[in-house]
Design a protein around this ligand. Structure first.
Ligand SMILES: COC(=O)c1cc2cc(CO)sc2[nH]1
Length: 230
């Protein structure tokens, strides 16, 4: 998968050079590149924003630099992802969907956002998705893009060492994951649940399923299968 990220803070994404994503980049599984939007400006101050038409506080990102940047980076099959508080909420199904794509381009806005005409222009020729991390607002799209890049990349075969570890996770089966334990069997007077030491794999699977359902009912009843819209 190729991932292009356009931002006025390209060094923010240097962190992608470490850990699993870093290894996957090295192995050629992932081709992730961050680009400085200001490389597509031509004035002395490398201007990327201006005051909003209609007035109001804050600044809006100018369409011209974005047009030149996206013309240079988009391929016909690319999905253009614009992190935005006005977007659909990012979920594990969204991550899974995007992990099947060949090319993602993230347009990270700052300030009050990107001139709407940029989104409208590329929607005529590409799949464009406005995506929010959740019901709160960040100062820009970079943190959202970083979260989405990690959530999507780790689903690409070969990026995470053991694919089996992707299955029993929160949200993979639609429920929150069961609690996990490791050695020592006793710690500060607390024992590991005996069933986990029993070697009875059927009982262990049932116990884990029960704990998943119990936790989901307590913390996220909206995720339960019978919940409306689940
Ligand atoms: C949960 O918040 C987000 O996903 C989010 C994405 C963006 C993009 C911004 C630039 O206008 S502000 C913001 N918040």
């Amino acid at each position: 998968m190729r991932v292009d990220i356009v931002t006025i803070f390209p060094t923010f994404f240097d962190v992608l050079d470490i850990s699993l994503i870093g290894k996957a980049r090295g192995s050629g599984l992932l081709d992730i590149r961050a680009h400085d939007l200001r490389d597509w400006t031509h004035d002395r101050h490398r201007t990327v924003d201006d005051t909003p038409y209609g007035g109001g506080a804050g600044m809006v990102m100018k369409p011209e630099p974005w047009g030149e940047a996206l013309d240079a980076l988009l391929t016909p099959e690319a999905v253009l992802i614009v992190p935005s508080p006005a977007g659909e909420v990012f979920t594990q199904p969204t991550a899974r969907e995007l992990s099947a794509e060949a090319h993602l381009v993230f347009a990270c806005g700052r300030y009050e956002g990107i001139d709407q005409r940029v989104i409208d222009h590329y929607a005529q020729s590409h799949r464009v998705r406005l995506i929010s991390l959740g019901d709160y607002v960040l100062n820009g799209g970079e943190v959202a893009a970083m979260a989405m890049v990690e959530a999507v990349s780790r689903l690409i075969p070969g990026v995470v060492g053991n694919p089996a570890s992707l299955v029993e996770e929160s949200h993979e089966d639609g429920l929150l994951e069961y609690p996990s334990y490791t050695k020592p069997a006793q710690w500060r007077g607390e024992d590991v649940p005996p069933v986990l030491l029993s070697g009875n794999h059927g009982a262990i699977a049932q116990w884990r399923r029960d704990r998943s359902l119990e936790r989901t009912e307590r913390v996220r009843p909206d995720l339960l299968p019978e919940a409306p819209g689940a």
